[in-house]
Design a protein around this ligand. Structure first.
Ligand code: NAD
Ligand code: UD1
Length: 340
């Protein structure tokens, strides 16, 4: 029988793309989302792509009673993918308690529910932010965890520790911690994608909104970094490639025999691309110009970071496959669908 998976934050950006890949792989999905940063219409997009409408619970994971009810109403959940979290770095500096409460209480509640409900594994959305400014690139999973530069980043570090401690206590659960680099793009169908709230902080939604004429110009935050063209370097990973890694991780946890209780994987392409190179890739892929100017450095930015994804390649048998220009075309198609 197909495994039943609870996807928290499943109407969000990465959660919706992962739900599509889970359904395509034959899993049954139950989503819980409080719609604090997503829209219920995302379910229509998922249904259009897959032909299946996942079960949906509108609710908050910080409320244990809501989760109790969910597990009663949807018995037989085998695994959880926990995307539900607040993720705006700047806001987390302004409102740290909101971030600690939302991200940590959500995780603690889910862990607490797992043994009682026979849930065997949890995949957790972590971030390359745990590495801070790397001493060497590409960076692998053995690199040291650096002091967090924001409360958001700190919630990811603490969450990883909470999971390790819980498993070490003898709890009958497994976990895979996935450290994402910079997820970008949208589903090729343009039925789902990223829905930024207000003025985007992240590069690609700002770029596509500028290309669409919603924003006047894109400001490149600094061109005096110690990189070939002076702009920061990131590892931009296509959201569908990222989503597929979750399906593999879940299968490994639930069906794999010889797996460690807690495993951690970098999810990136292994290629660093500068901000300027990304803009060029977009313009080349779409033929659309992106008005841009050079501005001051953004406080807290990392100069350069890209993944060594060898462990995920070899152990999970997963590899990022999308070409960055195809990814940019998908991001543009999605922006065009959202409107100008
Ligand atoms: P997103 O905001 O699009 O999705 C998160 C979803 O969780 C939203 O739909 C939101 O409404 C929901 N949510 C938040 N708190 C909730 C709660 N208490 N109960 C129920 N639902 C709740 O974000 P995303 O980009 O899809 O990110 C998913 C996960 O991946 C997050 O944990 C994020 O920190 C992590 N991550 C994202 C990135 C990135 O660049 N997007 C990078 C590294 C890690
Ligand atoms: C940030 C967070 C990271 C989080 C991720 C997703 C920091 C230090 N890191 O990653 O923890 O997981 O967002 O939410 O905040 N840029 C511009 N102009 C813009 C926007 C961005 O030049 O208008 C540049 C940035 O300076 C950076 C690159 O583009 O060099 C990528 O920025 P962004 O998309 O915000 O992601 P990160 O900062 O890498």
């Amino acid at each position: 029988m197909a495994h039943k998976i609870l996807v928290t934050g499943g109407t969000g950006y990465i959660g919706s793309h992962t739900t599509v890949e889970l359904i395509n792989a034959g899993y049954e999905v139950v989503i819980i989302d409080n719609l604090s940063n997503s829209n219920v219409k995302v379910l229509d997009g998922i249904e259009k792509i897959t032909g299946v409408r996942p079960a949906f619970v509108e609710g908050d994971c910080t409320d244990l009673a809501t989760l109790d009810r969910l597990f009663k109403e949807h018995p037989g959940i085998d695994g959880i993918i926990n995307f539900a979290a607040s993720k705006a770095v700047g806001e987390s500096v302004q409102r740290p308690l909101l971030y600690y409460r939302n991200n940590l209480v959500t995780l603690i509640n889910l862990l607490e529910e797992m043994p009682a409900n026979g849930v065997k594994g949890i995949v957790f959305s972590s971030s390359c932010t745990v590495y801070g400014e790397p001493d060497v690139n590409p960076i692998d999973e053995t690199a040291p965890i650096k002091e967090a530069t924001s409360p958001y980043g700190n919630t990811k570090q603490i969450s990883e520790e909470i999971i390790r401690d819980f498993v070490a206590s003898g709890a009958p659960v497994k976990s895979i911690l996935l450290r994402y680099f910079n997820p970008v793009g949208a589903h090729p169908s343009a039925e789902i994608g990223e829905l930024p709230n207000g003025v985007p902080n992240n590069l690609v939604p700002y770029l596509t909104q500028t290309a669409a004429g919603i924003r006047k110009e894109l400001t490149i935050f600094g061109d005096d970094y110690n990189t070939p063209d002076g702009t920061c370097i990131r590892d931009f990973i296509d959201v569908t490639d990222l989503a597929k890694a979750h399906v593999i991780a879940m299968k490994r946890m639930l069906d794999g025999e010889d797996t460690r209780a807690v495993e951690v994987f970098n999810l990136g392409t292994g290629n660093g691309l500068s901000v300027l190179q990304l803009i060029n890739a977009f313009e080349h892929a779409t033929g659309v110009k992106v008005p841009h100017k050079i501005g001051a450095r953004r406080e807290g930015d990392i100069e350069k970071i890209w993944a060594d994804p060898k462990k995920a390649n070899e152990v999970l048998g997963w590899k990022a496959e999308m070409d960055i220009e195809d990814t940019m075309r998908n991001a543009w198609r999605w922006q065009c669908k959202l409107g100008k």
